[in-house]
Write a protein that binds this ligand. Structure first.
Ligand code: GLY
Length: 362
């Protein structure tokens, strides 16, 4: 079965790629275009062959392999790709297929949108994170040093084909990266989604198409209402104000994954929500219990706290120098544009560290 979701001006299909309209879509829209496939080292090894052997219309596709990992989501790599495309003589009517996780769909969309003022691109996400979040909604871009997604554009793909079978092309731990974003959708937007996720004990085994569909639907509904994040879409940044700063802080020495950083950000921002009496103790305890079941807390030294705070001061979500955050008022309901103070931030980071010290004792 194929689930179909209508997005802003494109369609998302969820289900086996073979059963989807991928081939039909490409043949109808790009019969004479050259096809470029963007992969990273991992999807080159584990996913590309499946695509190439399944579709004869891709037999002449040019494959561009990018080095793997968030540290390569930078302008230098984009420059290299643009130079290669220029040498190969790709033209404006050619089309890019992004086959990969969030780094590939974010970066591929960005590269395509600027090349010759924009060529079309189609996303085939291979990680859970890209399936439920990065591949839809039109956010594309690259990082700038420790600052995530500082350079980028809102540009929609022409179509997104989500085949959950690809999840197993990645190490099991990778599933938790995407699961954090799904928990975020539940907490910030819909209690029912949260409730269906928290019953899972073995996420890798239990996650299914329906969970992915429900998460996608929540994100897509918000994006349809506020595509350029002037208001409602900010709710999707829950867990990311502190999460991005943690990711940026660890980036230089001992990088942590985006999903793990978001999970920690969810804990810290739920803690602030609780401290403000927005969340009851029982709601906060449930969130803490669920998050700690899947994510081990992190060691934050006293010296790191101020550095993390300084990173937050440069967050692109800030306004008039104030640090803005999404907070929870109950499970499934959030409020945007809440100014959080230095004291609250440091307190929440100390809370994360207490969790680490307690977990280490056990
Ligand atoms: N990842 C959050 C958003 O797309 O708005």
């Amino acid at each position: 079965m194929i689930y179909t979701i209508e997005a802003e001006n494109y369609r998302i299909e969820l289900g086996s790629l073979q059963e989807s309209s991928f081939e039909y879509f490409m043949n109808v829209n790009y019969p004479n275009s050259r096809k470029i496939i963007l992969v990273d080292e991992n999807t080159n090894e584990h996913c590309l062959e499946y695509l190439l052997t399944s579709y004869s219309f891709l037999s002449n596709a040019e494959v561009i392999v990018l080095p793997q990992g968030e540290e390569n989501k930078v302008m230098d790599i984009c420059m290299q790709v643009w130079e290669t495309w220029s040498e190969y003589g790709f033209e404006r009517q050619d089309v890019l297929i992004n086959l990969g996780g969030g780094v590939i769909t974010d970066m591929g969309g960005f590269i395509a949108s600027l090349y010759k003022r924009g060529i079309d691109f189609v996303n085939i996400p291979t990680s859970l994170l890209a399936m439920v979040d990065a591949s839809i909604g039109g956010k594309t871009g690259v990082d700038l040093g420790s600052y995530k997604n500082q350079i980028g554009l809102f540009v929609n793909p022409k179509a997104v084909f989500i085949d959950p079978g690809f999840i197993h092309s990645l190490p099991e731990g990778e599933v938790f990266n995407g699961f954090a974003e799904m928990l975020k959708h539940g907490l910030a937007l819909n209690e029912g989604h949260w409730n269906e996720l928290v019953t899972m004990i073995d996420v890798v085994k239990e996650i299914n198409e329906e969970h992915i569909y429900n998460s996608l639907l929540l994100k897509n509904t918000i994006v349809l209402e506020d595509p350029f994040e002037s208001d409602l879409r900010k709710k999707l940044n829950f867990g990311h104000t502190i999460g991005h700063a943690l990711e940026g802080y660890f980036f230089e020495n001992d990088p942590i994954s985006h999903g793990y950083a978001v999970a920690l950000g969810i804990l810290a921002e739920s803690y602030i929500s609780f401290k403000r009496n927005y969340l009851t103790l029982s709601e906060f305890s449930q969130i803490e219990k669920v998050l700690l079941m899947h994510y081990f807390p992190i060691d934050l030294s006293n010296e790191s706290l101020n550095e993390i705070y300084q990173l937050m001061k440069n967050d692109k979500k800030n306004k008039n120098g104030e640090i803005k955050c999404v907070l929870l008022i109950s499970i499934g309901q959030s409020v945007i544009n809440k100014t959080i103070s230095e004291l609250e931030i440091i307190d929440s980071l100390e809370y994360l560290n207490r969790l680490f010290l307690e977990a280490k004792k056990d």
